[in-house]
Structure formats: structure tokens, C-alpha cells
Design a binder for this molecule. Structure first.
Ligand SMILES: Cc1cc2nc3c(=O)[nH]c(=O)nc-3n(C[C@H](O)[C@H](O)[C@H](O)COP(=O)(O)O)c2cc1C
Length: 373
């Protein structure tokens, strides 16, 4: 019984099969879009089928991460990943997606979710497929330690060329000493997050400590999604259940595993945006979705590790150290501009790339749950 319910929590990863049950082609496309990467797998999307040919996308205001993502930057990046995945799927079904971002207004923080992030108009016509479509069900965030042969320049170039880069450069830190400093900072940022109760609590709320929790919520991430599988998972689930998540052992293990994740990276990537507007954040997400899918095509793994970039006050010192590092990367370039509101650079996403054993997919809620009521 548990097994079939667990399978149901992951059934979205067979999107072609899921799509068969719907006559409306927009629902078929959405079977793919909900597989987009998104912060903490909170799945912050609410969609509306409008008229006969449009999909309106909204932020789901009940699904925010206000402690670790106080300006909702990552939530809006997650709108971008959804839109890009939807757009790739639309082409596969023979529709040209015309995406209009923020057609009404950009909602102020107190009104998030009131007006659409995007209206996607779909026109049936001859249109080239996007070869990344095939990677949508294959892509998976991989938090295991990375290993294997070093990444090649060709591989990194392919990731950089997977999207329209003007204004959104993807930079890889290749210098071993600089990488080491960033990897240490990733660990330091996780230490801050994990030892601060309010941010830790937010993450703990999204951890699914056993199969029953996965089945009940169909969101968040489990030990399996953190790369702990087989017999190790059996022991970890018993040593670190939910009621021990605020103890020293759990916190220290979290920091140690971040250290291992960071320091086994094949490369550290930074995706920059031209600024930090809502539009920029959505556009960053669209590009990141493409790079993530490209990685799947190349049999590479990606793991976003964004703690350093988070904007809450206690991280100010870590962010400052990071800004100093990236300013040293390309001192005269346009990269390290500083956002006037948050005081951080326009680095929008930080991630590691490498090679690892496969890891099980994260769950997804039922498609009908995403339809705006
Ligand atoms: C904007 C954004 C930020 C993310 N930040 C992190 C992160 O800091 N740490 C992490 O482990 N995963 C991060 N992720 C990956 C998500 O946790 C992952 O996409 C989600 O759990 C769903 O899993 P999937 O990508 O395998 O479908 C991020 C994803 C996005 C789109």
C-alpha cells in the first residue's frame, strides 16, 4: 500500500503517460511544466486556463519561503523555470508560446499572487521542437557527493550556450584556490542557516523524514533526495527523525554534508542577471531551467546551492565575502554590480556541476492541485 502511494507521489515523472488522461492540450503541457526545478520543491505555482488558448501563471502566495528568501527572489526564479519548461513542452505539442511577463503589474510584497506573473498565449503552427524536451523527465537535482572525471571545457561551454546569454552570463570558477574559498563560504552560509532557528525551521518544514511524509505532502525533499539511499537511508531515518531536527547532531551533520557537497563539485557556476527586478529574476529562472536540462542531456548533474545569496541579515558578512571574491574574478566586467536594495551583487543563482550516481526524483503534487480555484 505504502509503495503504491509512494509511486503516486512520483507519478508526475511519467509526464507522457499523465498527459494521456487530458483532452485539453494545455493540461498536457502542464504535466511537463510542473517538473521544473523550484526552491525547496515547494512548487509555488498556481495556474489558470484562460479562454481557449492561454495559460495564466501566478505565484501561489501560500507557498513562499519568507525566512530564507525574504524578497522572494528564488520564488520568482522558480516561476521562470516553470515558464521555460512549459514553453519547451508547448513547442513539442505544436504550439508557439507567446509569453507576456507581468501583463498587469508587478505585485508589491503584500499582494503577491494577485496578478499574473505571465500570460502564455498558445498558437498552433509549424514550429521547431526543442531538443531539451526529452530531458524534462530525466532532469533531477542531485545532492550526492560528486566524483569521476573532471569536467571538460566543452561541457561547461555547452551549459553556457544552452540559453540566450546576453545580460545573463554564466561564469564557472575554475581556479582551484578561488573555488575552495567559495566552497568554504557555501559551508559557512549553511552553518548560519542551520544554527539560526527561524531559517532552519523553514527548511525542516520542507524535509520529508520518511515515506509517509512524502506521501502526505508530495512536495519538499526526503533523505533520498538528499542522496542518502539504501541501507544508509534506513539508519539516517532512524538516527535523525523529525523530532531530533533541532538537536546538535542533526545541525552538525547538515553542515558537514554541505561541506562535502561543495568540496566535491566538478565546477562552481554562478548565473548573473542584469539587475534584480522581478523580470530579471523570472528571466534568470528561464535560463537556469535550460542549463539544468542541458546538463541532463550531457549526463552531468547540477545542484543549486544558494545559501550564500540569501538576503536575510545574519548572512550579511558571508555575502560580503562572496562579493569580494566575485569582484576579483573579473574586476572590469559588468558582472559584479551591486543591487541597491539588498546590497548584494546581481549573482542570482549559485550551483555546483559534476558527475554522480543517479538519485531518486523528488515528488510532485497532482496537476489538479495547481489549478487556481
Ligand atoms: C531558484 C532555485 C533555488 C534552489 N536552491 C537550492 C538550494 O539552495 N539547495 C538545494 O539543495 N537545492 C536548491 N534548488 C533545487 C530544488 O531544491 C529542487 O529543484 C527541488 O527540490 C525539486 O527537485 P528536482 O529539481 O529534482 O525536481 C533550487 C532550485 C531553484 C529553482
Amino acid at each position: 500500500m505504502t509503495n503504491s502511494k509512494l509511486a503516486a507521489a512520483r507519478v508526475a515523472w511519467s509526464p507522457a503517460k499523465m498527459a494521456e488522461q487530458y483532452d485539453d492540450v494545455r493540461l498536457k503541457m502542464l504535466c511537463y511544466a510542473i517538473l521544473a526545478p523550484n526552491p525547496h520543491n515547494i512548487q509555488p505555482w498556481s495556474v489558470e486556463l484562460s479562454g481557449t488558448d492561454a495559460i495564466n501563471l501566478y505565484v501561489d502566495p501560500k507557498r513562499l519561503l519568507l525566512m530564507t528568501d525574504p524578497f522572494l527572489r528564488q520564488i520568482f526564479e522558480g516561476q521562470g523555470t516553470f515558464l521555460e519548461t512549459l514553453s519547451i513542452a508547448a513547442k513539442e505539442f505544436g504550439y508557439e508560446p507567446n509569453i507576456q511577463l507581468f501583463p498587469e503589474r508587478v505585485d508589491p510584497p503584500e499582494n503577491i499572487g494577485k496578478s499574473p506573473v505571465a500570460v502564455v498565449k498558445l498558437s498552433k503552427r509549424e514550429i521547431d521542437n526543442d531538443s531539451l524536451f526529452r530531458q524534462i523527465p530525466k532532469r533531477c537535482n542531485n545532492r550526492r557527493p560528486y566524483k569521476g572525471p573532471p569536467l571538460t571545457e566543452n561541457e561547461l561551454n555547452s551549459l553556457q550556450n544552452s540559453y540566450e546569454a546576453a545580460g545573463y552570463p554564466m561564469v564557472f570558477i575554475t581556479d582551484a584556490a578561488i573555488r575552495d574559498r567559495v566552497e568554504d563560504l557555501m559551508t559557512e552560509a549553511m552553518r548560519v542557516e542551520t544554527y539560526l532557528d527561524r531559517t532552519h525551521e523553514e527548511t525542516v518544514k520542507m524535509i520529508r523524514f520518511n515515506d509517509n511524509e512524502v506521501i502526505a505532502s508530495r512536495d519538499g525533499f526526503s533523505y533520498e533526495n538528499m542522496g542518502v539511499t539504501g541501507i544508509s537511508r534506513f539508519f539516517v531515518e532512524r538516527l535523525s527523525p523529525r523530532n531530533k531536527a533541532f538537536g546538535g547532531f542533526f545541525r552538525e551533520t547538515t553542515v558537514n554534508s554541505t561541506h562535502k557537497q561543495a568540496h566535491t563539485a566538478g565546477a562552481i557556476g554562478i548565473l548573473f542577471g542584469p539587475g534584480n527586478s522581478r523580470m530579471d529574476q523570472v528571466e534568470v529562472g528561464r535560463r537556469f531551467a535550460r542549463a539544468f536540462l542541458k546538463a541532463a542531456e550531457l549526463n552531468l548533474d547540477i545542484h543549486p546551492m544558494n545559501q550564500i545569496l540569501q538576503e536575510y541579515d545574519e548572512l550579511a558578512e558571508v555575502r560580503e565575502k562572496f562579493s569580494t571574491i566575485i569582484q576579483s574574478l573579473q574586476p572590469n566586467s559588468v558582472l559584479p554590480t551591486v543591487d541597491k536594495v539588498t546590497g548584494v551583487t546581481t549573482a542570482q543563482l549559485l550551483f555546483r556541476v559534476g558527475r554522480a550516481e543517479p538519485t531518486p526524483h523528488a515528488p510532485r503534487r497532482d496537476l489538479m492541485d495547481f489549478l487556481k480555484s
